[in-house]
Design a protein around this ligand. Structure first.
Ligand code: ATP
Length: 295
């Protein structure tokens, strides 16, 4: 497997307080990879460390083969990045900003810029300070796409986007990156959208990587048995390997399974019950389980 990004023990403390701890992250080339985690989990910090915008306290890594400790400038030249805050020279028009930024890159796709300015309905002649925050974020995205980068790193890319623009981003923009075999690493709180487009996810809490896997593996390994028993089941039933969590409401049980589904299912079925079914939780439910610290 070729990695677009690979970090080793990447760590960052702010004033002695850990924001990212011992992160070993591998982002395969050509993937759409989503960093998921609650506010303050460390997602933005990770993206800034990878972009060489911040220096790690410990550890390091490579981004498109470039050392994040020593090659920040080259990384920023090659990678399309939209950070959590977008700042522009507000007195410039959209057109002037485009021309200004164009000068910094060897490659610049004018046709695509025009296409996305049109799709996002960004007015060419309006001054940037007159744009809404959502429009400024769309402008930042178009600027990141224009040099046709091998890798896009986006921090909450759809902040301030209305539902139509969000759909354009998750559909057309990411679709085009995928079809050209490019890599996207992004943080997002839009779990429904992420579930549609991402092929890998990393779940992060308190600066620690809890899990990283493909969405297919996550779906495959995270199941729930919902069962209504006829009488109180024996507690040993829930002490099987692979049972990660049990919720009960009277005789209604929700049993979260990460392995040995068949075995636990058979045990439940053999005990008197009214109804039993296996549920495939969606990404939001899985996310909440991990973030609520139930694992
Ligand atoms: P959100 O989803 O809210 O954007 P996040 O996952 O991106 O959150 P970070 O912005 O990386 O989280 O912050 C991780 C931790 O580091 C938080 O506790 C935050 O308060 C702290 N932090 C981030 N930047 C700084 C800074 N410049 N100085 C001090 N602490 C910081």
């Amino acid at each position: 497997m070729n990695w677009a990004i690979q970090t080793k023990s990447l760590s960052k403390k702010y004033k002695g307080i850990p924001a990212v701890e011992n992160l070993n992250l591998e982002v395969p080339e050509g993937s759409v990879f989503a960093l998921l985690g609650p506010n303050g989990a460390g997602k933005s910090t990770i993206l800034k460390l990878i972009m060489g915008l911040q220096r790690p306290t410990f550890g390091g890594g490579f981004c498109l083969g470039m050392d994040i400790l020593t090659s920040g400038l080259q990384i920023r030249q090659k990678v399309g990045y939209v950070g959590e805050e977008t700042r522009f020279y507000g007195y410039m028009t959209v057109k002037q900003i485009m021309e200004f930024c164009r000068g910094f890159y060897q490659e610049w796709d004018d046709e695509m810029v025009e296409h996305y300015l049109d799709v996002f309905k960004l007015p060419f002649r309006v001054k940037v300070h007159e744009l809404s925050q959502g429009m400024k974020n769309q402008l930042a995205l178009v600027l990141a796409l224009a040099p046709r980068p091998e890798l896009l790193i986006l921090d909450e890319p759809t902040t301030g986007f209305d539902p139509i623009k969000r759909r354009i981003f998750f559909g057309a923009v990411l679709g085009e990156m995928v079809s050209r075999g490019k890599t996207v690493l992004m943080s997002s709180h839009q779990l429904l959208d992420v579930e549609r487009v991402a092929d890998r996810v990393a779940l992060i809490r308190d600066g620690i990587l809890l899990k990283t896997c493909s969405l297919d593996e996550l779906r495959e390994n995270e199941k729930e048995i919902r069962v209504v028993f006829q009488k109180e089941p024996p507690p040993e039933l829930f002490k099987k390997p692979g049972v990660s969590q049990v919720h009960r409401d009277g005789l209604v049980y929700r049993i979260t399974i990460t392995e040995n589904l068949e075995e636990t299912w058979q045990e439940c079925v053999s005990f008197p019950h009214y109804v039993i079914e296996v549920i495939n939780p969606d990404l939001e439910e899985i996310f909440l389980r991990y973030m609520e610290g139930e694992k």
